[in-house]
Design a protein around this ligand. Structure first.
Ligand code: MG
Length: 300
């Protein structure tokens, strides 16, 4: 089961799911979630995030609601037809945290040592870009790279989270591309400056298209990932190769920052990063999470 946010041809925000029953408009039946009924005017745009924040986002919940609806009224009129435009599954996180050098071979290709503790940096929520949106590259910034990553969505607020409890704080998973202005990043790092600009520009965090509940993914460290540019494979990796695994990195960061429901953690990229340019089409695939596709254009 995969959930997603989208706009109809009339630009109306909706929630959809892909399940054994096909691709369904879930917005019409959200009132079956009794907790969410308490928010009659909840903006549809943020519905998935609301489910996450209410700790309501799970395969189990979707299955239960689908079964009730199926028995009560059927699903026939819920099938999505026509063109849709995807939105990011989580659009207003309090923060987007990212891991640097969390795959050995990527640290090596960048001539960097493998870190002894997780290296965290941040991207801005304004950098988020939906599936099929265009990455916009400002002029004169030099080389810009793609970085396919597994993104973790936090579902339960926490501080000082113990490693053995860490996975209970995960609501689900999606795909992200940690787009990086590489020349700027290197120049900033050489001067001892932070990477904020190089990593945080508008559209530099494509994410989606789906949010897959944590209980639908048996093992987040057993997923193959592959990124292609214009059909040519550039990155191939496996989430089992992370230097710091999810429990460790969630526990580590929560010693210093409260993790809020809806927060996003990008868990690092495998080797094979390479430059992108206007006109390119980038496809990021992760087992069980679908494919995130974006184009590239020059910014105004
Ligand atoms: Mg990265």
């Amino acid at each position: 089961m995969k959930a997603f946010s989208y706009f109809t041809e009339k630009n109306e925000p909706r929630i959809g799911i892909e399940s054994d029953e096909g691709r369904l408009n879930f917005t019409q039946i959200w009132s079956y979630f009794k907790e969410i009924k308490k928010f009659p005017h909840a903006p549809e745009l943020y519905f998935l995030q609301l489910m996450v924040e209410l700790d309501y986002f799970s395969q189990e919940t979707f299955d239960k609601v689908l079964q009730i609806v199926k028995d009560f009224r059927g699903l026939t009129d819920l099938h999505i037809s026509g063109n849709i435009r995807y939105d990011v599954p989580i659009s207003r996180p309090s923060k987007i945290l990212c891991l640097g050098r969390n795959y050995r071979a990527h640290a090596q290709e960048m001539n960097n040592p493998v870190p002894e503790a997780p290296i965290f940096f941040a991207k801005m929520p304004s950098a988020l870009l939906a599936h099929e949106g265009a990455i916009r590259i400002p002029g004169g910034i030099g080389r810009v790279d793609h970085e396919i990553e597994l993104a973790v969505i936090i579902g339960k607020k926490g501080r000082n989270i113990k490693e053995e409890k860490a996975m209970e704080h995960v609501a689900g998973y999606t795909i992200a591309d940690d787009v990086t202005a590489r020349e700027m990043q290197k120049a900033e790092a050489a001067k001892g400056k932070p990477w904020t600009l190089a990593k945080g520009m508008d559209t530099f965090c494509p994410m989606g298209p789906y949010l897959v509940p944590a209980d639908a993914v048996a093992d987040a460290h057993n997923l193959k990932m592959e990124l292609s540019v214009n059909g040519e494979t550039r990155q191939k990796g496996h989430t089992g190769d992370m230097v710091f695994k999810l429990p460790e990195l969630i526990s580590y960061i929560s010693r210093f920052m409260t993790l809020e429901a809806g927060d996003i953690i990008l868990t690092g990229t495998p080797e094979g990063v390479s430059p992108i340019k206007p006109g390119d089409r980038i496809e990021c695939r992760v087992d069980q999470l679908g494919a995130l596709v974006n184009t590239v254009m020059a910014a105004d």
